[in-house]
Design a protein around this ligand. Structure first.
Ligand SMILES: Nc1ncnc2c1ncn2[C@@H]1O[C@H](COP(=O)(O)OP(=O)(O)OP(=O)(O)O)[C@@H](O)[C@H]1O
Length: 406
C-alpha cells in the first residue's frame, strides 16, 4: 500500500488542496475510491450541525455531544465515526493537534492499523508529525506542483520583531500582585467531577504553562478565569482582587484579560481589515463593532509595526495566512495591556515556520512586559520557555493539580 504525506505550509490553500485531493486531481489512483476526512474542519462542520440543526451524528465515549466535549474527546469520537463508515481511503489532517501524549501514541497506533487496510494520505504542517510508515512526502511548489521532499532544512526567519512593545502603564501592575487565586476549587458537570480541590495562584509577570491529559479540565480552568463559566460563583476564586460573587461585573474581570484560542475563528466570516481586527482587542470582540479613539488607533498601529504588518493593515484579515492571522490575534489580545494573557492551544495548525514566529512573539511579551502569561498546550514548543508548569492529573474524583519542575 502506498501511503503519502503532504508537508504543507500555512501559505498553502488547504481547503482548495483537499478539494483537489478528493476530486482525484492530485493522486489519480484514488479518484474512484470513497474518502473520509479526519480533520478539525470535519469536527467544526459536525459541531455546526449540532448547533444549527440539533443533529448529533457523533457521540464521545462519555456520551457527550461534540460541542460539550474536550478537544481530545472530539478527535477520538470523529475517528471512530468515520471508520465505522468504511471509507476506501483516509485523509488525515494535523493529526496531533490538541491531543495529549498518550492519545497521540494511541492515534498513531490506530492509524498504523488502519493503514494496513486502506491507503492513507496525511497532511502535516509540522515535519515531526509525519507518520513513520509514510513512504513518500511531497511539498507543494507554486500553485499545484508537487515536489518530493528531501532532507532539506528550511531557513528560519528569526528576530523578526524589531520594535519594542508599547507598554505604557506598568505602574498599574504591582510586583507579585495576585491576579488569579483558586482555593479548593471543585467542579462537576452533571454528576461527573472534573476538578478536585484545585488551589493555585498566578502573580503578575509570571509565565505559566497549564498541562494535563485530554479531558483533565484545562479549558474548564480557563473558563473559570475568563468569566465564561457560571460554576465559578459557587467557588473560592479571587480574580484581580475581586472575590468571585462579591458584586464584580464581568467587565471588572475581562478588562484585565487578553485571550487567544485557536477556536476563535470558528465561523468567523466578516470582512474586517487587519487593522480593525487588531483594534477589536480593545472591546473584547472578534472583529470591530465600535469606533475606536485616537489612542487606540495609535497603539494598534504600533503593534502592526512590531509584527511588520503595517503595510498590510487595510487588507482583509481573512486574506492572510493562518500563521499571520494568529500573530495578529495574539497582538489583538495584548493591545489593551492586560494583566493576564491567556493562550489556549495557540500553536494548533501552525506550520514550523509560523510556530517559530509565534514563540518569538510570546517570549518577547514575556520579557518586555509585566503581563502574566497562561499558556495551554499539549505540544512541546522547544523555543518557548515558561517559568512554571501547573499539571492536572486525572482521577476518578476529578483532576488534582500540582506544580511540576520546568
Ligand atoms: N459544558 C459541559 N457539559 C458537560 N461536560 C463538559 C462540559 N464542558 C466540559 N465538559 C467535560 O469536562 C471534562 C473536562 O473538559 P475540558 O475541556 O476542561 O478538558 P481539557 O483538559 O481542556 O481537554 P482537552 O485537552 O481535550 O481540550 C471533559 O470530560 C468534558 O467532556
Amino acid at each position: 500500500m502506498n501511503h503519502v504525506a503532504f508537508y504543507l505550509s500555512n501559505k498553502d490553500n488547504k481547503v482548495e488542496f483537499v478539494k483537489r485531493l478528493v476530486s482525484g486531481a492530485v493522486l489519480p489512483r484514488l479518484k474512484h475510491l470513497k474518502p473520509a476526512i479526519f480533520s478539525e474542519e470535519t469536527i467544526n462542520k459536525l459541531i455546526s450541525e449540532e448547533i444549527r440543526h440539533d443533529i448529533y451524528l457523533v457521540q464521545t465515549q462519555v456520551k457527550n455531544s461534540l460541542l460539550h466535549s474536550s478537544q481530545g474527546e472530539r478527535k477520538q469520537a470523529l475517528l471512530d465515526y468515520i471508520i465505522s463508515k468504511n471509507p476506501e481511503y483516509l485523509i488525515v489532517d494535523n493529526i496531533y493537534d490538541s491531543l495529549d501524549t498518550e492519545a497521540q501514541v494511541q492515534l498513531k497506533h490506530n492509524l498504523t492499523e488502519i493503514a494496513n487496510h486502506i491507503p492513507l494520505v496525511q497532511l502535516a504542517v509540522r515535519r515531526s508529525d509525519i507518520l513513520p510508515f509514510i513512504e513518500t512526502v511531497y511539498r507543494i511548489e507554486g500553485k499545484n506542483r508537487l515536489v518530493e521532499l528531501q532532507n532539506e532544512s528550511k531557513p528560519t526567519d528569526t528576530s523578526r520583531f524589531r520594535f519594542q512593545i508599547p507598554y505604557s502603564k506598568p505602574e498599574n501592575v504591582k510586583k507579585e500582585e495576585s491576579l488569579v487565586r483558586f482555593k479548593n476549587v471543585s467542579i462537576k458537570y452533571k454528576e461527573r467531577c472534573v476538578l478536585n480541590n484545585i488551589s493555585w495562584e498566578i502573580k503578575s509577570g509570571e509565565f505559566w504553562q497549564l498541562i494535563g491529559k485530554n479531558g483533565s479540565g484545562k479549558t474548564t480552568i480557563l473558563s473559570l478565569i475568563t468569566g465564561e463559566n457560571p460554576k465559578a460563583y459557587q467557588q473560592d476564586i479571587t480574580l484581580f482582587g475581586f472575590k468571585k460573587g462579591s458584586g464584580e461585573s464581568i467587565w471588572d474581570i475581562k478588562k484585565h484579560i487578553g485571550s487567544f484560542s485557536s477556536e476563535y475563528l470558528r465561523g468567523f466570516r466578516r470582512l474586517d481589515s487587519v487593522e480593525n481586527m487588531m483594534l477589536s482587542g480593545f472591546y473584547d470582540s472578534i472583529g470591530l463593532y465600535k469606533y475606536p479613539n485616537e489612542r487606540e488607533i495609535l497603539v494598534a498601529k504600533q503593534w502592526l509595526n512590531i509584527l511588520g504588518f503595517y503595510e498590510l493593515r487595510k487588507q482583509p484579515f481573512l486574506s492572510l495566512s493562518k500563521g499571520y492571522q494568529r500573530l495578529i490575534l495574539i497582538a489583538r489580545a495584548m493591545v489593551k495591556q492586560p494583566k493576564l494573557l491567556v493562550l489556549d492551544e495557540p500553536t494548533n495548525d501552525l506550520d514550523d515556520h509560523d510556530a517559530t514566529l509565534f514563540c518569538e512573539l510570546v517570549n518577547k511579551i514575556a520579557s518586555e512586559t509585566q503581563t502574566a502569561i497562561l499558556y495551554v498546550s499539549h505540544r512541546k514548543e522547544p523555543n518557548l520557555k515558561p517559568q512554571f508548569i501547573y499539571q492536572l492529573t486525572t482521577n476518578t474524583s476529578g483532576s488534582i493539580g500540582s506544580i511540576v519542575n520546568v
